[in-house]
Design a protein around this ligand. Structure first.
Ligand code: 13P
Length: 219
C-alpha cells in the first residue's frame, strides 16, 4: 500500500541526518496521502540508517495500524491530531535540532530578526507549552500554537521542533529552516541585542517570498 509515499517518507528521513537535525533515533516524519487520508509514519526507535520503505507504518487518522510489522512512532497520535485539525497539512516533522531546542528549553520563541526568517516564517517561530510524549497532547499544543501564526513550525517547551507543510518535503524544509534561523539568532544574541524588523516590513518580505520569489506556477 502507498509504495511511492513509503519511499518518499523513508528518503526524507535521510534529509534529517544530512542536515544534522537529529541524533540516533530522535525525531520522526509522517506524510498524509491526500487521496486516501492514510498516513505513513516512521517506526519507533529505529536508527535512521536502518530505515527502509517497507519498515514504514501505515495508519488511518484514528491511529489504527493498517500495515507495518513495527510499532509506530511515539508521536503518532500527535501527528494524527494535527492532520485531523489541519486539512491543509500533509506533512509533519519532529526534531530535537540543537539551536532550536535550546530556545525550547528556555520556553522562548525565536524572534524574527532577519530577512531570511521574515521570508520563510513571516514572524517569530512561536513556542508552545510542555506536554508529555506518547499521546495527542503535543499535537493539541502544535495546532493551538500555530493557529495565529504565519510560521509552519513551532517549538515545544523543553522538547524540540514540530514543523508542518502541505507536503512532507515542505515540512522537512521548514524544519531545516527553523534550525538554520535558530542558530543565526542564537549567535546574534551572544553578540548583543538583534535589531528588530517592523511588522510591516516582515509582512512585505513574507509576501514577496511567498508570491513572487523563485519560479512561480503559471509564469
Ligand atoms: P520515535 O522513535 O518513537 O519516533 O520517537 C522519537 C522522538 O523524538 C519522540 O519525541
Amino acid at each position: 500500500m502507498l509504495e511511492a509515499l513509503r519511499k518518499e517518507v523513508c528518503e526524507l528521513h535521510a534529509e534529517l541526518t544530512r542536515w544534522n537535525l537529529v541524533t540516533w533515533t530522535a525525531g520522526n516524519i509522517s506524510a498524509r496521502d491526500p487521496a486516501t487520508g492514510l498516513v505513513v509514519i516512521k517506526p519507533s526507535g529505529i536508527r535512521y540508517e536502518h530505515l527502509t520503505p517497507d519498515k514504514m507504518v501505515i495508519v488511518d487518522l484514528d491511529g489504527a495500524i493498517l500495515e507495518g510489522d513495527l510499532k509506530a512512532s511515539s508521536d503518532t497520535a500527535s501527528h494524527l491530531y494535527i492532520y485531523r485539525h489541519r486539512p491543509d497539512v500533509n506533512g509533519v516533522v519532529h526534531t530535537h535540532s540543537r539551536y532550536a531546542t535550546a530556545f525550547a528549553a528556555l520556553g522562548r520563541a525565536i524572534p524574527c530578526v532577519t530577512t531570511g526568517m521574515s521570508d520563510e516564517f513571516g514572524g517569530p517561530i512561536p513556542c508552545g507549552g510542555f506536554a508529555l510524549i506518547g499521546g495527542e497532547e503535543i499535537g493539541k499544543i502544535v495546532v493551538e500554537t500555530l493557529k495565529d501564526s504565519h510560521s509552519p513550525s513551532c517549538l515545544l517547551q523543553n522538547h524540540g521542533v514540530f514543523a508542518t507543510g502541505p507536503t512532507a518535503e515542505a515540512a522537512v524544509k521548514a524544519a531545516v529552516m527553523t534550525e538554520d534561523n535558530a542558530a543565526t539568532v542564537w549567535i546574534a544574541l551572544q553578540m548583543g541585542t538583534p535589531v528588530p524588523i517592523s511588522d510591516e516590513n516582515i509582512a512585505r518580505l513574507h509576501y514577496r517570498y511567498t508570491n513572487i520569489y523563485g519560479q512561480q506556477e503559471g509564469e
